[in-house]
Write a protein that binds this ligand. Structure first.
Ligand code: IPE
Ligand code: IPE
Ligand code: MG
Length: 239
């Protein structure tokens, strides 16, 4: 099962890292960097259709990011609300379908309501499938999926012998998504920080030194085009 990449990546996932360092380098508070980062998200979203990217997943807040100061967490939550409010119409008219992954239980009900509304508002769109990972952690997701699946087994609705990787994948937050082809992390860190652990089993990775607030649509396009030079072997031997 080998695949040449004459086509670009269908699903690109971004670990948007480096906002804090970008702000610090300018003598500003970390939130200044998060605001600049949010502006780059808009650019990347706009660039996707022309690059043939059908699915874009962005890591906005991890299950570990609660460890930050209360002020930074509150500022980020406010930024998410503002982003949804200011971008909803633009996303709708650009044909973007927005969905969220992650555990909503710990999020403010007001934000959750806005997330639900944006999902509903854009549910008929299909030009770009944008997924925002918010209070998302790969291990947390697999834990929650396993818990739900275990309840189905306990209730007798799923046979233990039927549990396999396909079954488990159906209980993940990402059940509606194809696996990512390309995962990009900005800011020079070469780690995945609990992002799409299950789904990235065979993803190609690009670790880029640029800090997220400097990640332009041009750099995004160059990164996407490098994917075409990679040979995906999925464990097989290419003749
Ligand atoms: C990524 O930038 C945004 C979030 C994690 C919310 P950081 O805030 O992690 O920026 P650095 O890594 O400290 O520079
Ligand atoms: C990963 O970045 C999370 C997001 C981009 C939302 P972090 O900055 O939280 O990751 P670590 O702490 O460097 O691993
Ligand atoms: Mg970081």
């Amino acid at each position: 099962m080998c695949e040449s990449n004459t086509a670009g990546p269908r699903h690109v996932a971004c670990i948007m890292d480096g906002n804090g360092r970008w702000a610090k380098a300018r003598g500003k508070a970390r939130l200044f960097g998060h605001h600049a980062g949010a502006r780059r998200v808009k650019e990347v979203v706009k660039a996707c259709p022309d690059l043939g990217v059908e699915y874009l997943t962005v890591f906005a807040f991890s299950t570990e990011n609660w460890k930050r100061t209360q002020a930074e967490v509150a500022g980020l939550m406010k930024l998410f609300r503002r982003y949804i409010q200011s971008e909803a119409n633009e996303l709708l008219s650009a044909g973007v379908r927005v969905r969220f992954i992650g555990d909503r239980v710990r999020l403010d009900p007001k934000l959750v309501k806005m997330m639900d509304q944006l999902e509903l508002l854009t549910s008929k769109n299909d030009k770009l499938h944008m997924t925002v990972a918010l209070n998302y952690g790969g291990r947390d997701e697999i834990g929650r999926a396993t818990k739900r699946l275990a309840s189905e087994v306990a209730a007798g609705r799923v046979k233990p012998s039927d549990v396999d990787e396909t079954t488990l994948a159906r209980y993940l937050d990402t059940c509606f998504l194809p696996d990512p082809d390309l995962v990009i992390r900005t800011s020079g860190e070469a780690r995945i920080s609990n992002f799409l652990l299950w789904q990235s089993a065979y993803a190609e990775y690009e670790f880029i030194d640029t800090l997220w607030p400097d990640f332009t649509a041009d750099i995004f396009a160059q990164t996407v085009s490098r994917y075409g030079k990679r040979e995906r072997r999925y464990g097989a031997v290419v003749a």
